[in-house]
Design a protein around this ligand. Structure first.
Ligand SMILES: [Zn+2]
Ligand SMILES: [Zn+2]
Length: 383
């Protein structure tokens, strides 16, 4: 990076700050330097309070009028991804194999810009909280924030968030009532039997048939769940035995991502899959265990909060696109909006752009000002 000087919120542009954050990305749960930098910037704005160490590295800044009134929370995410980015901007990642390929650096810049505006136009009633949440990518951050003892201090009546989304016109606000993002969770099934000489497989216990049945059944189970909504299982990995012609296998692993529109249907899918694994293990005399990871609740938008976003977007001149169906991707914001009420929207990052998590994805800097304006309008309408 040409300019190694640390930009600050009073003297430098928000774009410079975004590029600085992009240059120093950190993985989920390890966002220590990022959080420290955010705290330094927020201190310059003389807020009412700054809380840190929320769910590990989380930071929340509070602007409180001291008067009764509504409380609002705006959320962004601190974490980057284990992806090697592929572009030659001068602010590209300083670290090999880690980059902000989901645009969370852009989301942080939006919320920092919002903080600056709020500091200049402090609430006359109620209070506003800006949350910089850790570990969104692994699905644990928002839930950990809600479970943290400090959450009581930042709990608000309504919470808001956005996520940039390539392939939609730049600055479009894509939104819907009800389920906005699907629930999803990762299932890892480990089967274990006993190896045998490949000439005498009958003397061992092979996971072969159980694995074959699971591969087929993961395709069929969603069709048998009665819920009238999207439900799917995507097998992402499978593995059995060793690469040795002389040995019949003992161990197998299959990993799949379960996805549904509602948490209720997810529970049905989880039960159906777990029961099948148990039954197959018994039938084939295998030991087994199941691990669940990356658990995301469905993210459900509140009708009134959606209307507030739509009103704000119309005021700022951003086109609103109303969606019929939820997005398939997951967002852990559901844990926050589920704890109170709230809404999130997808923010068009430009048509014909590489998708988030692609190595050549780039966050468009034009969204910083626009995103901060929309949130500021939501804030102005309510406080
Ligand atoms: Zn993201
Ligand atoms: Zn992401």
């Amino acid at each position: 990076m040409k300019n190694q000087i640390k930009p600050n919120i009073t003297d430098n542009s928000i774009t410079e700050i975004r590029h600085y954050l992009h240059h120093y990305p950190e993985l989920s749960g390890q966002e220590y330097q990022t959080a420290e930098y955010i705290i330094e910037q927020l201190k310059m704005l003389s807020p009412t309070e700054i809380y840190h160490g929320i769910a590990g590295t989380g930071v929340a800044v509070v602007f409180d009028s001291g008067q009764a009134g509504k409380s609002l929370l705006f959320r962004c995410e601190l974490d980057a991804l284990p992806i090697q980015e592929n572009h030659d901007e001068n602010y590209r990642s300083h670290y090999q194999g880690i980059s902000h390929q989901c645009g969370h650096d852009g989301h942080m810049a939006i919320i920092l810009s919002l903080a600056k505006r709020i500091a200049e136009h402090r609430p006359k009633r109620g209070r506003v909280v800006l949350l910089f949440q850790p570990a969104e990518e692994t699905g644990v951050g928002a839930r950990a924030v809600v479970a943290d003892s400090q959450f009581a201090k930042i709990r608000c009546d309504e919470c808001f968030a956005l996520h940039n989304l390539p392939d939609y016109p730049l600055g479009n606000v894509i939104i819907r009532d009800g389920v906005f993002n699907c629930a999803s969770r990762g299932m890892a099934v480990y089967l274990s039997g006993r190896t045998a000489h490949a000439a005498h497989p009958e003397t061992g216990i092979s996971p072969q048939l159980a694995l074959a049945t699971l591969l087929q059944s993961f395709n069929d189970i969603p069709k048998n769940i009665s819920a009238d909504e999207l439900k799917m299982i995507t097998v992402v990995h499978c593995d059995m035995g060793e690469k040795a012609f002389g040995t019949a296998p003992a161990d197998a692993c299959i990993m799949a991502t379960l996805r549904t529109e509602t948490d209720g249907a997810m529970q049905q899918l989880v039960t159906a899959c777990s029961e099948l694994v148990e039954q197959l293990a018994k039938q084939h005399r295998l030991n087994y265990h199941i691990e669940w990871e990356d658990i995301f609740d469905a993210s459900v938008n509140d009708k009134d909060c959606v209307e507030q976003i739509i009103r704000a977007a119309k005021t700022t001149g951003n086109t609103v696109q109303y969606r019929d169906k939820p997005f398939r991707w997951s967002e852990d914001f559901g844990a926050l909006s589920g704890a109170t009420r709230g809404a999130m929207f997808a923010f068009g990052a430009g048509e014909n752009q590489p998708q988030i998590h692609n190595p050549d994805y780039r966050f468009p800097d034009e969204l910083i000002g626009q995103g901060s304006e929309i949130f500021f309008e939501v804030y102005r309408q309510l406080i």
